[in-house]
Design a protein around this ligand. Structure first.
Ligand code: KMH
Ligand code: ZN
Length: 278
């Protein structure tokens, strides 16, 4: 099955690792809240979930048993492609981030280099990137290459030249734009990054952090790309108007897609697009 060109992959990133539950009570942090969010986002048009999990105090964690519970819970309740974050929080050690693959997700995020992340550093040294990539190949987990700047796009060329194609044979990238320290969230930056993607790229999405969310979404749609949205990336609908649910953000880009005649991709089509085995 070839996925028709008019399909729009919407990935929802509902939680992230940066926002405190105390500051945003509507952020889904418990397993029950994340499963409920997944169900309603699938109904709204999402086909994949990019997931960070939290502990009982709502703090970011990479505890393996909880990761497995999250993968199982979302698989039982939805058909969404389950992508676990290997980025975690800026405080997570590299070895714990490698162990995320033990939870056997369909997909994992894989950031292509170290980036300043606001006042923090999101550490992705080259040997770690290579190890995580080879592990994903061995385990049959499809990576989504997270690209925070143009240098990381070129690092992806280097990775693919050295180690070959990912599990499943497809190359799916996500441009993460507007992080203070990474590329800015503008149409100009998006066009430059898309032009630099490896020729073997089979699909790409983009996400604009914070106030760049709509500019990036519109630019990505104009270039034929896919979209990631969610409360990991943005907490206001417009100035002073808080996001109440991830579903709202999915619905908003479904509407943008409708305007440009793109139909939300189903999870089955997403599996075909990404080459996941499940
Ligand atoms: N939380 C950020 C430090 C990923 O999920 O792979 C990293 C991040 C990227 O969110
Ligand atoms: Zn993430």
């Amino acid at each position: 099955m070839r996925v028709p060109d008019d399909r729009l992959l919407i990935t929802v990133a509902p939680t992230g690792a940066e926002t405190a539950k105390a500051d945003c009570p509507q952020l889904p942090t418990t397993l029950e809240e994340q499963v409920a969010t997944a169900v309603e986002c699938q109904a709204a048009g999402a086909a994949m979930i990019h997931l960070h999990i939290r502990d009982d105090e709502h703090r970011p964690t990479l505890e393996l048993a909880r990761l497995k519970d999250a993968v199982d819970g979302i698989r039982e309740a939805t058909e969404l492609v389950v992508q676990l974050s290997t980025g975690g929080s800026v405080h997570d050690p590299l070895d714990a981030r490698l162990k995320v693959l033990d939870a056997e997700p369909d997909s994992c995020s894989l950031t292509m280099g170290t980036t300043n992340f606001g006042d923090d550093v999101f550490l992705n040294p080259w040997p770690f990137v290579c190890e995580l990539y080879q592990l994903s190949q061995e385990r049959g987990v499809v990576p989504e290459f997270e690209l925070f700047d143009l240098g990381q796009v070129h690092a992806l060329h280097r990775l693919l030249d050295k180690y070959g194609l990912p599990a499943g044979g497809k190359v799916h990238c996500d441009l993460v734009m507007g992080v203070p320290g990474g590329m800015n969230g503008t149409a100009d930056s998006l066009v430059a990054a898309v032009a630099a993607l490896p020729d073997v790229t089979t699909s790409w999405s983009a996400t604009g952090i914070g106030r760049s969310t709509l500019a990036v979404a519109l630019a990505a749609l104009s270039k034929g790309g896919h979209l990631r949205v969610g409360m990991e990336d943005v907490l206001t609908l417009s100035r002073g108007v808080p996001v109440e649910s991830n579903r709202q953000l999915v619905e908003r880009v479904v509407e943008l897609g409708r305007i440009v005649q793109r139909t939300p991709m189903t999870p089955a089509e997403c599996r075909e697009l990404l080459g996941t085995s499940t």
